[in-house]
Design a binder for this molecule. Structure first.
Ligand code: FAD
Length: 338
């Protein structure tokens, strides 16, 4: 029988580490239990919130309804062709445990996504990405429960409408699909992706140049730049890197020197949000227990006692300041739960 907890503290279920309580909380461990939890919310007219490991969420108040944390586990190879292997992982598997398992089994292609916090089930939701690889590059299909029909189905890669930190699971009706498992198309041969930042330099300095060394390289770089949520509450990059019209970029370039930028489709330019935040004077800034991380201003941190409201208020001040300074309204990467 699926246990439903009452007045449940979510402090250990999200990485901003604020003290938030949910009226109800449950952890379905099978597809049947997941269906039971959903039926429970519709029968009782309850709000529901689906969470993984809470590493991309900011709660601004207690949650009135049922928080569902699926713990569907398992990693196994499901098919094999000449040079590729299909590997299935349950939505509740920790993302980095999945990466470690792939590296151990010589299933290649996922090394650059080492140490991203969170669950396998949430990985396709915002199409996680780092160091030149996005998860959409290695997803074959996603298994979902469609809550509009209560049917389980398979969504091939193209149906997921992946974009930059975006997918059909985030835009449109974000509550419709629940990811139950993800099937990845991985390689049997190690083909490292090294052309991002200083990965290549660190990687070739390692004793052996194998997948494990690449994983170690990525972990080392990430640990030197990003706060560990176990020590300092945060949800990674708070904002997306904005993509602007060429004309907007030219206006910024006329007033600022050496603006970093990357082409992003016809007449569009991507500007690193970290650069904008730093040049608007927010790098390392702290107000009470909220601040930007000194090594990476795109990350907003809770130094201990900040509330969700305070973190949200601080983030809105940054947004307003970037708008006033550069005429760009930053879009959040973190999901706000209010
Ligand atoms: C220190 C740090 C570094 C980070 N670095 C990166 C990075 O390099 N690249 C990157 O892309 N992200 C990064 N992130 C963000 C975060 O790790 C990812 O967004 C991750 O995929 C969130 O997983 P989660 O299980 O914690 O999801 P949650 O935060 O619990 O949920 C995120 C969203 O997904 C939905 N969701 C969760 N599970 C499911 C499911 N099974 N089915 C349908 N919807 C679901 C939730 O409803 C919510 O809307 C970082 C975060 C931290 C704290």
């Amino acid at each position: 029988m699926l246990k439903i907890h009452q007045k449940y503290s979510l402090r250990n279920n999200h990485t901003f580490n604020t003290d938030i309580v949910s009226d109800l909380f449950t952890e379905p461990a099978s597809p049947e239990e997941l269906v039971f939890a959903l039926r429970h919310t519709s029968d009782k007219g309850l709000n529901r919130l689906l969470i993984g490991e809470g590493s991309n969420l900011l709660f601004t108040s207690s949650f009135h309804g049922l928080v569902i944390h699926p713990i569907l586990t398992g990693i196994k190879s499901v098919d094999e062709s000449g040079s590729e292997i299909l590997v299935k992982a349950g939505a509740g598997v920790n993302w980095d445990d999945f990466v470690a398992s792939c590296v151990k089994n010589n299933w290649f292609g996922v090394e650059n996504l080492s140490l991203i916090p969170g669950s396998v089930g949430a990985a396709p939701v915002q199409n996680i990405g780092a160091y030149g690889v996005e998860v959409k590059d290695i997803i074959d299909y996603v298994e979902v429960l469609d809550t509009s029909s209560m049917n389980f189905s398979m969504m091939p890669n193209h149906a997921c409408e992946f974009g930059y930190r975006d997918s059909i699971f985030k835009h449109g009706d974000p509550d419709r699909y629940i990811v139950t498992a993800v099937v990845f198309r991985l390689k049997k041969r190690f083909e490292p992706v090294l052309d991002y930042g200083n990965i290549k330099k660190v990687f070739i300095s390692k004793k052996r140049q194998d997948a494990n060394a690449l994983r170690e390289t990525i972990i080392g770089i990430r640990q030197s730049k990003l706060p560990d949520p176990m020590e300092t509450g945060n949800a990674g990059s708070f904002f997306k890197n904005p993509v602007v019209d060429q004309s907007v970029f030219q206006q910024i370039e006329a007033s600022w020197e050496n603006v970093p930028h990357f082409p992003a489709g016809k007449d569009h330019i991507k500007i690193p949000a970290a650069w904008l935040i730093e040049h608007a004077g927010w790098k390392g800034k702290r107000e009470g227990d909220v601040g930007t991380w000194p090594h990476q201003p795109l990350v907003i941190v809770n130094y201990g006692g900040a509330s969700g409201q305070e973190i949200f208020g601080f983030s809105e001040k940054i947004r307003q300041s970037i708008n006033e300074t550069f005429g760009i309204y930053l879009e959040r990467e973190v999901t706000i739960v209010s």
